[in-house]
Design a protein around this ligand. Structure first.
Ligand code: COA
Length: 332
């Protein structure tokens, strides 16, 4: 049976920055409040004509280049997004494939909100280990600004845009193998974080985005509490299941939703500060893109070395959550 190896990482961050100061001109808030409650200082916002697939394509191109692979090598493309280019179809993954010149590959999107990257990682691992696919391109790409209500101070301070991508390939080397991926959900919490309308569950006919509820809505405080509790347990479970202690982890790379959530989970797991990767201050919450963007930051800072063990964890709308133990395994 082949193993699945995490070969490369890439990301794209749109240049336009929205600072906390900018937000004080849009809603009743302050830099102090946002910084204290979330750790976020700024987030990047895509250009009006820049689509999720455009950002995903740029991130994916970098990941392919860094893996030394050509578009024709890729036999599956999976994109995690809750802000696809088009409602229903076509899938953003098919557009990214076309942009990159990837032909005849299986391509589809998955919707698991902020846990999206861990879900696509589990899909890539399963397809590669089963022998059905050899080289899988996984992407987390989000234009959350397109589904954010900039009159709602409870959500608009949190979210940003961006994309990250990775190449997962088959290997025979045990030491390169992605060790484990956990994914889970509990739909009874669906109303904590949702875009209530625009789908078949819509109760409004009106197409006005604001009144029709096509924007994200969130019960932030309840989400916060479930996030800390669930993430801490989930990470404990994956470490225990694999006989790994938290001090053996080289890089703890949590979903970047809120500094206080990351800190609470990190403290509960006794993670040292130097193990924890933090990008929330500069990117905000980019949902499915946040983990690969954080891995890319670590890689570009020169601090992600071959063989080092990454512990990923995420939590998001659904509710969904997951974690993964992933050694970084670039080709020689
Ligand atoms: N600026 C200033 N005040 C704000 C505000 C803002 N942007 N947003 C809310 N407030 C106010 C509220 O109205 C409330 O005022 P009140 O006490 O007069 O009623 C007060 O701040 C506290 O609100 P609360 O919602 O309890 O704050 P909080 O400490 O829970 O922080 C979040 C709000 C959204 C930052 C926090 O709940 C959070 O991060 N939740 C998790 C979100 C998340 O990670 N979601 C994605 C999951 S992947």
């Amino acid at each position: 049976m082949p193993y699945a190896a995490f070969r490369s990482i890439g990301a794209y961050v749109p240049p336009n920055v929205l600072t906390n100061e900018d937000l004080t001109k849009m809603v009743d808030t302050s830099d102090e409040w946002i910084t204290k409650r979330t750790g976020i200082k700024e987030r990047h916002i895509a250009a009006k004509d820049e689509k999720t697939s455009d950002m995903g394509t740029k991130a994916a191109r970098k990941a392919l280049d860094r893996a030394g692979m050509q578009p024709e090598d890729i036999d599956m493309v999976v994109c995690a997004t809750i802000s696809p280019d088009y409602f229903c179809m076509p899938a953003t993954a098919t557009i990214i494939s076309a942009n990159l010149g990837i032909k005849n590959a299986t391509a589809f999107d998955i919707s698991a909100a902020c846990t999206g990257f861990i879900y696509v990682l589990s899909i890539a691992k399963a397809f590669v280990e089963s022998g059905m696919k050899k080289n899988v391109l996984i992407i987390g790409a989000e234009k959350l600004s397109a589904i954010t209500n900039y009159q709602d101070r409870g959500t608009c301070i949190l979210f940003g845009d961006g994309a990250g991508a990775a190449v997962i390939t088959a290997t025979q080397k045990r030491e390169e193998a992605i060790l484990d991926v956990h994914t889970a959900s509990d739909g009874s919490y669906a109303d904590l974080l949702m875009t209530p309308n625009g789908g078949s569950g819509s109760v409004h006919d009106a197409l006005d985005r604001e009144t029709a509820g096509c924007y994200m809505q969130m019960k932030g405080n309840e989400t916060f509490k479930v996030a800390v509790r669930t993430l801490t347990q989930d990470v404990r479970d994956i470490l225990e299941a694999n006989g790994i202690k938290s001090d053996e982890i080289d890089h703890f790379i949590p979903h970047q939703a809120n500094y206080r959530i990351i800190k609470a989970v990190g403290d509960a797991l006794k993670m040292r500060d130097d193990q924890v990767v933090l990008t929330v201050a500069k990117y905000g919450n980019t949902s499915g893109a946040s983990i690969p963007m954080a891995i890319n930051d670590l890689y570009e800072s020169g601090n992600l070395k071959k063989g080092e063990m990454m512990l990923l964890d995420a939590f998001g709308g659904g509710l969904t959550w997951g974690s993964a133990l992933v050694p970084f395994a670039p080709f020689e």
